[in-house]
Design a protein around this ligand. Structure first.
Ligand SMILES: [Zn+2]
Length: 93
C-alpha cells in the first residue's frame, strides 16, 4: 500500500531542494494563512528593536509547503485606521 502523505512530503522536499517552488504562487494577496495548505507560519525577513519586531518584508514563503506568499500588514486590514491620522472633525469647535 502506498503512503500518499509520505509520498507528497517527499516530493515537496525534493522540489524544495531542487529549487522548484511547489504550490500556487499567491504573492500579491496578503493573507494570514497559506492558500495552498492552510499553514499560518511564514518564513520572512524582519528587523528588531527593543526585542520586538519593528519592521518586516512582505515577501515570504509558507513554512510548510514553501509556496511564495505576501504576508499581511496592518494596512491590509479592512477596518485599518492609522493612529497617526489627524482628526479634522473634532477640530471644528
Ligand atoms: Zn503552505
Amino acid at each position: 500500500m502506498i503512503n500518499i502523505s509520505g509520498l507528497v512530503a517527499g516530493v515537496v522536499r525534493w522540489a524544495y531542494k531542487s529549487g522548484i517552488t511547489p504550490g500556487i504562487d499567491t504573492r500579491g494577496i496578503p493573507s494570514h494563512e497559506c492558500i495552498n495548505c492552510g499553514c499560518n507560519v511564514f518564513e520572512i525577513r524582519a528587523g528588531f528593536e527593543d526585542y520586538e519586531i519593528s519592521f518586516w518584508f512582505t515577501e515570504g514563503r509558507c513554512a510548510q509547503c514553501k509556496a511564495p506568499v505576501t504576508v499581511p500588514t496592518p494596512c491590509d486590514h479592512p477596518d485599518f485606521e492609522s493612529e497617526d491620522v489627524y482628526d479634522y472633525e473634532s477640530d471644528d469647535e
